[in-house]
Design a protein around this ligand. Structure first.
Ligand SMILES: NC(=O)C1=CN([C@@H]2O[C@H](COP(=O)(O)OP(=O)(O)OC[C@H]3O[C@@H](n4cnc5c(N)ncnc54)[C@H](O)[C@@H]3O)[C@@H](O)[C@H]2O)C=CC1
Ligand SMILES: C[N+](C)(C)CC(=O)CC(=O)[O-]
Length: 473
C-alpha cells in the first residue's frame, strides 16, 4: 500500500487527500487547524459521492486516513508529500525544508502553489516540484508539473496512476500556464463589475452559456481553428487579428483592489448564490462535472480520454463462485430515483456493461467490431430481486448458458455484497455489420466461447428461463 502525506488540509489539501484515498493510497494529514478533520471529512463525503460515479469499474478499496499533530510523523514513509499551505512564500519556505528533513530520499515533494516558481520555492535548497492541481482535485485531472525533469517524470507516473493528467511545463514562469489564463479572465471580469458593465451573475452566464461549454472539449486553439471556417486558423487570425490592438481587453491594467471592490463583488456574489451552502454548491458542481466528463469519454476528448486510460489500468476484478466478474462499480447517486433506490433502467445498464465485457473476453472486442462483426441483443429478461442503493458496490458475474453457432445466451447475476439483487438473462445473435444479418462468429471467437460454455455447462442457473407472470415456486 502506498502512502501520501498532505501538509495543509484546506480546500486543495482536502481534495488531494480524497484523490489519493479513493485510489487506494493511505493518507496522513498534518494541519494545525482544529477544524481540519471535520473539513476534510466533508470534502471526502462529497468526493466519495462523485469520483466513483465517473467510472464504469470500481476503484481500488479506499486507503486509510490518519491525522497527525507532528509533521515529521505524517511525512515518514510517504512516497508522495503534497504541500498545500496558504499561498505565502515565507510560510512555504518554512514548511518545505521541514518536509525535506523528514522525507524519504526518493519521495516526491509536490507544492500546490498557484503561482510561485520552483526556483522561488526551493530558495532554501529544497527539491520540491510544483504540482499545481485544479479544484475539485478529486475530479479534475489536470496537474501542472514544474521543476526538475527526472522528479517531474516520476511524479507524472504516480499522477497517471491516480487518474490525473500531468502537464509538464517546459519553462518556469509565475502562475504556470493555466493560472495565467484564468488570471486574465479574472482581471477582465473585475473591471466589468467595477465599471458597472455587468454583474457577477451576468458574467457567469456569459461563460457557462457559451464558451465555457466549448473549452472542456477542445480548448482555445482548436475551437478558434473551427471558427475560421473552411480556411481554418489563418482565416480566423486574419479576421480577428486587428482586434488585438482595439480596446477589447484591459489586461495589464489592474482595478484597485480596495474594500469597495471587494464589497461590490461579494454582495453581488451573495445575491447570486448565497441561498445555497458551499457544500451544496460543491455537490451541484461535482454532479455536473461528472456528467460532462462521462459525456467526453465516448469520443475520448480531453478529460474523457484520461478517464478511459485510467479505467483500462484498474485491477482485474477476478471471479466469484467460479464465474468471471464482468462488472464491479459503485452505484452513483444519478442511478437512483424518487423511490430512493437504483432505478430499473440501470439494472439493464449494468448487465449491458457485463455483456460488453464478456464480448471482449471472447475476442469480440473493439477491433472485431471494427472488422465488421458483432453481437446484437435480441432478448432480455430482468428479475428485480432486491433493492440497490447509491454507494453500494455492485458486482456482476456472467455465466454462459449457450454459445453454439450464432447464439450467445448469457445469465448475469447482480450482487450487492452477499445479496443477489437481480438476474438478467440476455440472448444475443452474432451479426454481420455489413449485411445487418445474422452470421457465424469468427472461428477464434467461436472456439473461446465454446471453452467458456463448456466450463459453465454443469453450473446451476436458478431463475434462468423464467418468463413474465410465471408463478414463483
Ligand atoms: N483554492 C484554490 O482554488 C487553489 C489553491 N491552490 C494552492 O493550494 C495551496 C493551498 O490553498 P487552499 O487550499 O485554497 O488554502 P486553504 O486556506 O483552504 O487551506 C490552507 C490550509 O493550510 C493550513 N495551514 C496553515 N499553516 C499551516 C502549517 N504551518 N502547516 C500545515 N498546514 C497549515 C490551514 O490550516 C489550512 O487548512 C495554495 O498554495 C494555493 O495557491 C492551488 C489550486 C487551486
Ligand atoms: C484562483 N487560483 C489561482 C487559486 C486558482 C487555481 O490555482 C486553480 C483553480 O483551481 O482554479
Amino acid at each position: 500500500m502506498s502512502k501520501a502525506a498532505i501538509i495543509g488540509g484546506g480546500v486543495i489539501g482536502g481534495g488531494w487527500a480524497a484523490r489519493f484515498l479513493l485510489n487506494g493510497w493511505d493518507v496522513a494529514v498534518f494541519d494545525p487547524d482544529p477544524q481540519a478533520e471535520r473539513k476534510i471529512g466533508e470534502v471526502l463525503a462529497n468526493a466519495r459521492r462523485a469520483l466513483p460515479a465517473l467510472y464504469d469499474r470500481a476503484l481500488p478499496p479506499e486507503g486509510r486516513l490518519t491525522f497527525h499533530a507532528d509533521m515529521a510523523e505524517a511525512v515518514a514513509g510517504a512516497a508522495w508529500i503534497q504541500e498545500s499551505v496558504p499561498e505565502v512564500l515565507a510560510l512555504k519556505h518554512r514548511i518545505l525544508p521541514a518536509i525535506a528533513a523528514a522525507a524519504w530520499p526518493d519521495a516526491v515533494i509536490g507544492s500546490s502553489t498557484s503561482g510561485f516558481k520552483p526556483s522561488e520555492l526551493n530558495a532554501a535548497g529544497t527539491n520540491a516540484v510544483v504540482a499545481h492541481p485544479f479544484n475539485p482535485v478529486y475530479l479534475l485531472p489536470l496537474v501542472e508539473l514544474v521543476g526538475d525533469g527526472a522528479t517531474c517524470a516520476r511524479a507524472a507516473d504516480i499522477l497517471r496512476g491516480i487518474g490525473m493528467f500531468p502537464l509538464i511545463v517546459r519553462k518556469e514562469i509565475d502562475a504556470h500556464i493555466a493560472d495565467r489564463l484564468l488570471e486574465a479572465v479574472w482581471r477582465e471580469a473585475l473591471w466589468l463589475v467595477k465599471d458597472g458593465i455587468a454583474t457577477t451573475e451576468e458574467i457567469d452566464e456569459s461563460i457557462r452559456m457559451g464558451f465555457g461549454i466549448r473549452w472542456a472539449q477542445m480548448g482555445l486553439f482548436e475551437t478558434y481553428r473551427i471558427a475560421g471556417g473552411e480556411a481554418g486558423m489563418k482565416h480566423f487570425m486574419a479576421q480577428f487579428g486587428p482586434a488585438l490592438s482595439w480596446p477589447w481587453t484591459k489586461l495589464m491594467d489592474v482595478p484597485e483592489f480596495n474594500d469597495e471592490l471587494v464589497d461590490l463583488i461579494a454582495s453581488q456574489s451573495d445575491a447570486q448564490s448565497g441561498h445555497r451552502s458551499i457544500r451544496e454548491l460543491e455537490r451541484l458542481r461535482d454532479d455536473n462535472v461528472v456528467g460532462m466528463i462521462r459525456a467526453l469519454r465516448r469520443s475520448g476528448s480531453g478529460a474523457g480520454g484520461v478517464l478511459r486510460a485510467h479505467e483500462a489500468h484498474l485491477p482485474d476484478p477476478g471471479e466469484r463462485d467460479g464465474l468471471p466478474i464482468t462488472v464491479t462499480r459503485q452505484v452513483p447517486v444519478t442511478w437512483t430515483d424518487y423511490n430512493g433506490h437504483m432505478n430499473e433502467t440501470h439494472y439493464l445498464e449494468a448487465a449491458s456493461l457485463a455483456t460488453d465485457r464478456f464480448m471482449e473476453m471472447i475476442g469480440a472486442d473493439a477491433d472485431y467490431v471494427a472488422s465488421g462483426q458483432s453481437y446484437f441483443t435480441v432478448e432480455n429478461h430482468i428479475r428485480y430481486l432486491d433493492e440497490i442503493h447509491a454507494g453500494d458496490r455492485l458486482v456482476v458475474t456472467t455465466q454462459v448458458l449457450d454459445g453454439q453457432g450464432k447464439r450467445l445466451h448469457l445469465f448475469h447475476r447482480l450482487w450487492r455484497g452477499e445479496v443477489l439483487a437481480a438476474t438478467v438473462e440476455t440472448l444475443l445473435l452474432h451479426t454481420d455489420l455489413g449485411t445487418r444479418r445474422t452470421s457465424a462468429p469468427a472461428p477464434a471467437v467461436a472456439a473461446t466461447l465454446a471453452d467458456w460454455a463448456g466450463s459453465h455447462a454443469d453450473m446451476p442457473a436458478e431463475g434462468a428461463g423464467r418468463f413474465v407472470g410465471q408463478p414463483r415456486s
